[in-house]
Design a protein around this ligand. Sequence first.
Ligand code: C2O
Ligand code: CU
Ligand code: CU
Length: 550
Amino acid sequence: MKSLQIITSSIIVSSLLVGCGGSNNNKMPMMPMIPTTPTEPTTPTNPTNPSQNLPSLNILPVMIDEDGNLNDGKATYTLNANQNVDVTINTPNRSWVTPMWRYNNNPLPLVIRVNRGDDMTLKFNNQLASDSTIHWHGFKIPADMDGGPDYPVKPNGSKIYSFKMNQPASSLWFHPHPDMQTGKQVYMGLAGVYIIEDDISKELEASNQLPSGDKDVVLLVQDRRFDIEANGKRELLYMNGDMDSDGMLGNVVLVNGSAYPKLEVSTSKYRFRLYNVSNAKNYDFAFSDGREFTIVATDGGLLKNPVKVNHIMLGAAERVEIIADFSKESVGSKIEFISRAFQDDNMNMGNGMGGGNNNNNNMDNQVGGRSPNGTEVSVMRFDVTTVENDNIVIYNTIPQRAEITNRIDMSSANNIGNERQFNMTMSMGGGAMTFVINGKAFDPTRVDEYVQANSTEIWNLTNNSPMAHPFHAHAIQWQILSRNGVPSSGVDLGWKDTFLVKANESVKIIGRFEPVNVGDYMYHCHILEHEDAGMMGYFRVGDTGNIDNF
Ligand code: C2O
Ligand code: CU
Ligand code: CU
């Protein structure tokens, strides 16, 4: 027995060494490479096996406007943050119950759908045992309504968020943003979808240039790690591995709360609002047969011109709306949606590292581990079950009155020639990695950048660390000017609130701070563990902010 253990561990060690030397060029000699908590040997699962009985995709529930009137220009909602909500996780192999944190005790993430220009009044009741907030990701609203860490809501406390969204139809979202607890609270299950509609999106839907109704489906993608079953439940594991401070990566990819679900579709075009609301995972979404699909929207709204692609990389917090065309399929075909394998950065040290099992979407009853970025994953499947006459012809060019038809002119920037620089770096300190922006860790009592009210600015992001970071700034939707000096094209021409800055990449962006943008906002890496560890800063728009009374 003893000798067997020795043999087993020497096999593990040598395969780790092979993994480290093989698939990267060792730019990161200081990475901690000690495997984490040993896990049980794993049985590879094969989620692509067609004989499996896949769970049906959960359709996320849309909240009802409390005043009962969707068209009175007023939107009234209540969100309670709750702990210990028992959620059934369905997978191809089995189901189990996991206690999660959710809004309104609902087992699923909630969707709020409003019209552009509505006056929003949302009462938030914090029923957690810790501070929380609701941050409105991608919204152009005043800082005191933005739900940043500078406006915490205490346990049993409440806050009324009221604002008007005057921005284009888009797939936005909301999540907690308390100081140093964002990663944990989002991971435990607090996040929701916020959809704005406007007269342009409605016109395109009414004229069958965009799928709508039950052909407009939110797909919320999040990776998680589950403990073995105990007392009939499998708890979520958070930050239980040595490399988790580099970003919390799970080995089970959930879509709307289920692992590898299926959606039954007709022979038609569908619009999928694809949300990567994982803590740290990047996906390179594609269909397994490599088929083309069309991207019609990015984070902040519809594209001027839809873009045909056969894959799309989304970093944490990024969204796209895609059109999948099943009109040429025959009933009975099954189309698989995956995240392709990729070599994204130099942090991943080969797929054997990190001590976790990294099976392709492992749902067995084993301690969950770390599945690194770049591992191929089966995300979900579309089963064509009904024939329908497809009458949707996707728009070619959005109506001229849409803001996205105008590229923001570089010469209109207030800081042209003196662009704001943000350099993302990492270093080894005290046995752990630290991630910083411009050499500084977040300090809640320091404003890092002062921005003039109503100004147009160019920001330049550089990444001198060996991994990709999804950069996000509150209050604004940006246009990407260039990456490594190459002018933007395709999907990069859309409104962006979050975008990946890859290792050794530099990304130049331009944006307008509008009159509604007043006060102190955050910019940060949206790998939530980086953000919580201080890869974040404050910027103040206008002369006044709240930071002094934080
Ligand atoms: Cu979704 Cu400060 O972020
Ligand atoms: Cu945000
Ligand atoms: Cu980061």
